[in-house]
Every structure is written in C-alpha cells, then in structure tokens.
Ligand binder design. Structure first.
Ligand SMILES: *Cc1c(COP(=O)(O)O)cnc(C)c1O
Length: 465
C-alpha cells in the first residue's frame, strides 16, 4: 500500500513515512492509492480491538507485523471507560448515539490519538529515532495529544496553552499529567500567540532539525485510519451488510466525517453522510450552495467546531476534482487567494448525492440538549447535540438506521449542559479527583527566543538523565 498526495507533486510514500511526516512535501494531504475492500461478513461478532486490527491491517502495507499491530491496538483501547470502546445507544425509533467519549480526555479524538501515540513510539524505536512533539491548544486537542504521548519512550511533548484562557477542566486535564516526557507551557498571551510561536518554531529550520520537531495534528493519515473503525463497528452492530446506515457528524476540520467517507469507499453500506455545523457553517453552505467561502470565526457553545478552514475537506475535494492533483493544487491556491472555491454543477451534484448539511445556532443546540433530556433522560454535550439534531433533520427511508456521533462527554461542557437541562453532569470515576490532583506547568512570555531556550534546556536535561 502506497500513499499519494492530494496535490500530486510529492512522491508516493509507505505507511511509516506517511505517519511520521504528516503533511506531504507539496503541501498536500496523504491518501491511500486505492481503497482496500471490507469483507463485512467476516467481521461480524469481533470485539472492538480485534475488529480495529482487521480493518486497519491493509493500510499498513506490511510495515508492521500483524501480531505486533494487534497488540498495539488492544493496548490503546484497554483503558477506555467502557468495555465496548464505542457503545451505541438508541435514542428514538430510528436514531442511535455512538458514544466516542470514553477515552482518557472524554472526547472522540482519543480514539485515534491513543493508537497514534503507540504507533509513533513503535516506528521510532525501529528507526532508533526520537521526536519532540510541539503543539498549541485552546484547550481540547492539547489534552488528547498529551494523554496519547505520556510515558512513551521515544516522544517528548510540549503543549502551549494561553495562560488563564482555557477552562479549568481543560487546563487540569493537561497540567495534572506529571509524566517526565510531558511539558505544559502557559503562554502569557492568546491562543493565536501560542499558534504563532509553534509555527515560528517549525519555520526555524535549524531548531526544527536540532529538536527533531513533529506534530500529531488532525490531517495525519493515522488519525483518519483509526476513525474508520468505529463506523464499521456501528454499522455491523446495526445489521450491516444487510441494513443500510447513515451518519450525522458534528464537524469542524472534516477529519471525523472523512473517515466515514473512507469506510464507504471500502464497501460499508452508507446511504447518507450528514454534516452538522454550528454558526461556523462553511461546510453546510458548501454542501447546499456548492461554494466554499471562508468567513470570520464566531465563538459558540461547541468550541471544537469553531473553525472556518476545514483542512481535511481537501481529501474529499481530491475526488471531486477527479483525483487530479495538479487541478486541485490550482483550486486550493485560488481558495487561499480569494477565500472562495466554487464547484461546477457536476461536482456539486456528486457532493450532494452523498452529503447533506444541517446548521444549528447556540439556542437550537441548547433546545436539542433539553428535549433529548426530557424524552430519554440522556445528557449530551453541545457538539453531540448538533449531531443528534442533524440526524433528525434529514429525511431518509425509514429502514435506514441513522447514527449521530457523540464526540464529547457531557461533563466536558458542564456549564452548557446545566444551562440546557438544569443538571450538572458529574465527571466519570477515572477523573473524579481531577480538581485535587497536583498541577505542573511553566509560565513563559510570548517570546520565541525564550520558548526555544526552554525547550532546548528541557530536552538537554532529559538526555542527561
Ligand atoms: C474535534 C472535535 C469535533 C470536530 O471533529 P473534526 O474531525 O475536526 O470534524 C467535534 N466535536 C468535538 C468534541 C471535537 O473535539
């Protein structure tokens, strides 16, 4: 199995290089050169780790021993707070909630990140290399990355967060991880300052090489690959291949729903993919109107979807542009320059044949949380509520099972849940003492030289130890 770049100008790479590289040299995203096909009947009845190993195996292209890989997968999901890893809960006659928030940081990103950290460690050990992961977070992705990298032998991780500007749960999920390879830096500035510092560190070639900088961001192919699995698991549980399914996905960077698109390309009987948007509705407008138009970011109750540029949408565009990397590279250049990309009628028809979009503002999100609580007693977070409302909004054949993706645990957004339902959700047992745990972080000014010196010093200290 080889991987191509969506921009067509980088050479094809194998699985291990794709995982460790992230972005292709031509600025594109990696995709498998062809989709392996699922033998669904042979997958019925497997537990989640066995299913995961079987579904992902073809993507490895023989670069990891099957038994070794199966062990990494089982280990990645061993500590999830629910034995099923990704349990399904029926919420009305034709709608299910797929709970993806039983990992260590209570959000769906754990499902992929827990595996990715272990894959990195394994591949780096084979190459006798180390990596220093550097990232900026406004709260959510930082903790998932830290939990994925903690205690890994070959990885150091530095996460920059804006001092005093994350919620206390978010900060504590990062700063109470005391593993020696994890360093939290509170920057005296905004999230944008943190992101600028990270970009500047990657742009500094000598620092990048000296520290062997790496990233685990949402465009990494490994994250998409690991997310394919829960779509297969949910569809099988609901009766596939005999029964058709649809998925409604609260969407930001398009990574999660793209994994569903990949599962369909592999033969999963998916009838419809429904994008759920908050007021940052660029993707819903793209699906209904056929043009991607980048606007301003609005803060909402579902902050993990408060973005305008959905990087992973480029993987879908690659197919809409007939897998012609040069043509897509041109279109992406246009999008950067004019902040607009318009599909032609044939491309738009291909898009709407599979995708639908549904937008919710904050009031509608709260109303969805309140009505689901009234009807079923279930508390859901604002992101998951957008999935549920989207699942119910699109008319489909009654024999199609519709699955809404639950992307965060309600206790991760307690204020919004309480506002909607009057009930304050409790943290699950594994995190119940979060507010008593000791924290460790270093406060630094928004000064590139100071931050680089700190990272150099910490790495040198680790090497001496
Ligand atoms: C990241 C995230 C999303 C958006 O997922 P994408 O893959 O970026 O589309 C939705 N909900 C929650 C809770 C998230 O953390």
């Amino acid at each position: 199995m080889r991987y191509l770049s969506t921009r067509g100008a980088a050479s094809a790479l194998g699985f291990d290089d794709v995982l460790l590289t992230g972005l292709a040299r031509d600025g594109g995203l990696f995709l498998p050169e062809s989709w392996p096909s699922l033998d669904l009947n042979s997958l019925i009845g497997l537990d989640y780790p066995d299913l995961a190993a079987r579904v992902m195996q073809p993507f490895l292209g023989g670069r990891i021993e099957p038994a070794v890989f199966a062990g990494l997968v089982r280990n990645a999901y061993a500590d999830f707070g629910h034995q099923a890893v990704a349990p399904l809960k029926q919420i009305d006659a034709r709608t299910w909630l797929l709970e993806l928030f039983h990992g260590p940081t209570l959000a769906f990103k754990d499902v992929a990140m827990q595996l990715l950290g272990r894959l990195y460690d394994h591949l780096l050990a084979e190459r006798a290399q180390r990596v220093t992961i550097v990232g900026a977070t406004s709260g959510d992705t930082g903790s998932a990355a830290i939990e994925a990298c903690r205690d890994r032998d070959r990885i150091d991780i530095f996460i920059l967060h804006p001092e005093g500007r994350t919620s206390e749960v978010q900060r504590r999920q990062m700063t109470t991880v005391l593993a020696p390879n994890v360093r939290n830096i509170a920057i005296q500035g905004s999230f944008d300052d943190c992101q600028d510092l990270v970009k500047a560190m990657f742009a500094d070639g000598s620092f990048r090489d000296e520290m062997r900088l790496g990233a685990v961001n949402s465009i990494n192919w490994g994250r998409i690959m690991a997310q394919i699995v829960y779509y297969v698991a949910a569809a099988l549980a609901l009766g596939a291949p005999k029964r058709r399914v649809a998925f409604a996905v609260p969407t930001g960077n398009f990574g999660n729903i793209y994994a569903a698109y990949a599962a369909r390309a592999m033969g999963l009987p998916i009838e419809k993919l429904i994008v759920g948007s908050n007021s940052n509705d660029i993707l819903t407008r793209f699906i209904t109107g056929g043009a991607m138009e980048i606007g301003q970011v609005h803060p909402t109750l579902s902050p993990s979807m408060d973005i305008q540029v959905s990087s992973n949408a480029e993987r879908l565009l690659f197919d809409l542009y007939g897998r012609d990397g040069a043509r897509l590279a041109e279109a992406m250049k246009g999008l950067r320059a004019t902040r607009r990309l318009a599909l032609d009628p044939a491309q738009h028809a291909a898009l709407t044949a599979l995708f639908a979009g549904h937008r919710l503002n904050d009031d509608e999100t709260l109303a969805t949380m309140a009505s689901l609580y009234r009807e079923t007693g279930e508390l859901i977070d604002p992101h998951s509520a957008i999935g549920v409302a989207a699942a119910r909004a699109v008319p489909l054949d009654p024999d199609i099972a519709v699955v809404a993706l639950g992307t965060a645990h309600p206790a991760k957004f307690p204020d919004a849940v309480e506002k909607a339902t009057g009930v304050r959700p409790a943290l699950p047992p594994a995190l119940a003492d979060l507010y008593e745990r000791p924290e460790r972080f270093t406060v630094l000014p928004k000064d590139l030289g100071v931050v680089q010196a700190h990272i150099r010093h910490e790495i040198a200290k680790g090497e001496a130890a």
